[in-house]
Design a protein around this ligand. Structure first.
Ligand SMILES: [Zn+2]
Length: 299
């Protein structure tokens, strides 16, 4: 990417333009592509054609950093230089924002989407569910508001807080937690949440039972941390969470202005026992990279 590198070194100012759309980036935390498909979420799928894409990172913080660079999960194209792919992918921002002339160079030098959007005249907001994205992190730059939600699993509360301005377009990043472990809906009593030892508690057993996210074979000396039946039930809970979120999204669609463009995706996937893995993060496995991707105008 020679020309981009030169432009970065020069610190070229981004081109200014105008945007006609509000833009919502909805990140279903940990939502696997095949969980999304199994849920058959009709309202999400009405946005556009559902794609299987690939996250640039396997856990929440770096993945959101990447999304806030304006790089959506990628399509893993063969026989294409990365620089070419970025260029093509960035043209999509014109459609998302209802703007003209946006290209990867437009984000120079900050390479930070909220900074760029503010220059385009947006009000910029984030509502996040996961504490690793809290407002004290470096992700919170050039946001007009940035809120760690009181509950980790309540997208409906985010919908209640959305507000739009007829004078200025708005950008919202919504990091949604119902699809994150323990895959609980907001009205579920936390005492009823499924517990997986080694996730809720206990780093003290980490060395013996979990190695880098993979269940160690300890020769039977220690009980297995997970049984597959339990993991299957957890996966069913993630699918149920997507179905529930589809109904929340339906309500969102009813209240946002017509000129609103929405991208729905995930920051990474989740392992439910495949090849001995559970969760995400220090895991190298296809299922931690596969994410759903669908976007379009709300109506
Ligand atoms: Zn995450």
């Amino acid at each position: 990417m020679g020309s981009l590198e030169q432009a970065l070194r020069r610190g070229d100012a981004p081109a200014r333009g105008r945007a006609r759309n509000n833009y919502l980036l909805i990140v279903l935390d940990s939502c696997r592509f095949d969980s999304f498909v199994a849920a058959r979420p009709r309202r999400f799928e009405r946005l556009g054609s559902l794609e299987r894409r690939w996250s640039y990172a396997s856990w929440t913080a770096p993945s959101h950093y990447n999304l806030l660079m304006g790089l959506m999960p990628h399509a893993s194209p063969a026989n294409v230089y990365a620089s070419e792919y970025y260029k093509r992918d960035f043209v999509r921002w014109n459609e998302r924002l209802g703007a003209d002339g946006i290209e990867f160079q437009s984000l120079i030098p900050s390479l930070h989407l909220p900074t760029f959007l503010k220059q385009l005249g947006f009000r910029t907001h984030a509502m996040v569910s996961l504490p690793v994205l809290n407002p004290a992190t470096p992700l919170n730059r050039d946001f007009d508001s940035y809120t760690l939600m009181p509950k980790h699993n309540d997208m409906a509360a985010m919908v209640d807080r959305l507000s739009f301005d007829s004078e200025q377009p708005s950008f919202y990043l919504l990091n949604v937690g119902e699809t994150h472990y323990p895959f609980a809906l907001p009205d579920e009593d936390p005492r009823e949440w499924p517990r997986i030892s080694g996730v809720h508690g206990v780093f003290k057993h980490l060395d013996r039972q979990v190695v880098g996210g993979k269940l160690a074979d300890d020769g039977g000396a220690e009980p297995k941390v997970f049984d597959q039946g339990k993991l299957d039930r957890l996966r069913a809970r993630q699918i149920e969470a997507v179905r529930y979120l589809d109904s929340v999204f339906e309500r969102l669609c009813d209240i946002v202005p017509a000129n609103t463009y929405v991208t729905v995706t995930a920051d990474h996937g989740e392992l439910f026992g495949e090849d001995g893995y559970f969760g995400h993060g220090p895991i190298r496995h296809d299922k931690v990279w596969e994410v759903p991707f669908v976007e379009g105008k709300i109506r």
